[in-house]
Design a protein around this ligand. Structure first.
Ligand SMILES: *Cc1c(COP(=O)(O)O)cnc(C)c1O
Length: 372
């Protein structure tokens, strides 16, 4: 029976569009009619609205979330010769953004319970060359910012949040995107706030940093035809900003639905021999991903395949074991927590539109596979 009930996707962007269709079509039409496709009106409006949403005064739309990291670091004068602390358990865009800024990523292990950068390990990794920390609010859960901000203060470091998975998440009542010197966001379609294509943004409370970013993302131009600095082209399309404005109005509702779905998985899976994700005491998480830990992952993957449920691994290989970062010289055994997690983690489908029936089907398949 359960197989006939239809496939369970990992995210459901089509259903979301159908629910927004009239609003969304009108927004896109508006941009086409106006024709201000680059640095247009909806971009300015979106930047204002998203900054306010995050509780800061500035937001700059950029090409994507990886670019956002690079541009934010450059705007804070981080570059060649500088070291930036980054968790090794993250998406590769985090350390790549550091490398694209010309700086050196210095990898740090994560907390085994919350999956975010371990502040004690970060403190141990500081050298005289350390200039910044890039905590990642992984899976929609804020990193433990207070000890990291203390560490930054002690050593004169800047803090850039990688908030690509944490739109709307809160740390001790304050929104991600407002916790450091700047924050990078991704608006990749599958993120909690996603465009219809690539997109990214940077938030900051600092006017000087905002000004640097506005100039740098637009070929280093200010004013027209004057280039005080060598910049790049990294602009969020007006069309994508219009899409994001429509979606931003729904973000809190969607995040609430994700929290309900996470609580339901927790209730359905409790008592089984499975590591369940915990919301940290400091956090209002937004559950970009729901990541469990199991010892026989292949068996659980097969059971999910059998009921037509999508699943993923975020991420199967820690950064230090990726060939692209072999030059960092950190072999197996360098970061035991992240390496152990990489073998055990499994992401279950979670998205605002997921139904109770779908979650029950997923949970039953998981429980059966682990013999619970
Ligand atoms: C998605 C993501 C990025 C990169 O975003 P893109 O828009 O795909 O470039 C960076 N960091 C993390 C943690 C992400 O999940």
């Amino acid at each position: 029976m359960s197989n006939q009930a239809g496939k369970i996707p990992f995210v459901d962007i089509q259903t979301q569009y159908q629910n927004l269709k009239s609003e969304m079509d009108a927004a896109i039409q508006r941009v086409m009619t106006r024709g201000d496709f680059v640095l247009g009106d909806d971009l300015t409006q979106f930047e204002r609205e998203f900054a306010a949403y995050c509780g800061v005064s500035h937001c700059m739309g950029v090409a994507d979330g990886g670019n956002a990291i690079q541009v934010a670091l450059r705007a804070l004068n981080i570059g060649p010769g500088d070291e930036v602390l980054v968790p090794t358990h993250t998406f590769i865009a985090s350390p790549l953004g550091v490398w694209q800024a010309g700086a050196t990523p210095v990898l740090v292990d994560v907390d085994p319970r919350y999956y975010t950068i371990d502040p004690v390990a970060a403190a141990r990794a500081v050298t005289p060359k350390t200039k910044a920390i890039l905590p990642v609010h992984l899976y929609g859960q804020p990193a433990d910012m207070d000890p990291l901000l203390d560490l930054a203060k002690k050593h004169g470091l800047v803090v850039v949040e990688d908030a690509a998975q944490a739109h709307g998440a809160e740390y001790k009542g304050r929104r991600c995107g407002s916790l450091g010197d700047a924050a990078s966001f991704s608006f990749y379609p599958g993120k909690n706030l996603g465009a219809y294509g690539d997109g990214g943004g940077i938030t900051t409370a600092r006017a000087d940093v905002a000004e640097n970013i506005r100039i740098f993302r637009n070929y280093g131009q200010h004013p027209k035809n004057v280039h005080p600095t060598k910049g790049i082209n990294s602009r969020l399309d007006t069309m994508q900003a219009a899409v994001l404005r429509v979606k931003l109005a729904h973000l809190d509702g969607w995040n609430a639905k994700r929290r309900e779905a996470a609580a339901r998985y927790h209730a359905l899976l409790k008592g089984a021999p499975i590591g369940l994700p915990e919301a940290a005491p400091w956090s209002t998480a937004v559950w970009h991903l729901y990541v469990i830990q199991v010892s026989d992952r292949a068996a659980v993957q097969k059971a999910l395949d059998d009921v037509g449920a999508a699943h993923g691994i975020h991420y199967p290989t820690p950064i230090h074991l990726q060939p692209a970062f072999a030059d960092l010289g950190k072999g197996p055994g360098s970061f035991p927590v992240s390496e152990a997690l990489a073998h055990r983690i499994l992401s279950l489908p979670i998205f605002p539109e997921i139904t109770e029936e779908q979650q029950v089907r997923v949970a039953n398949a998981v429980r059966k596979a682990v013999g619970a």
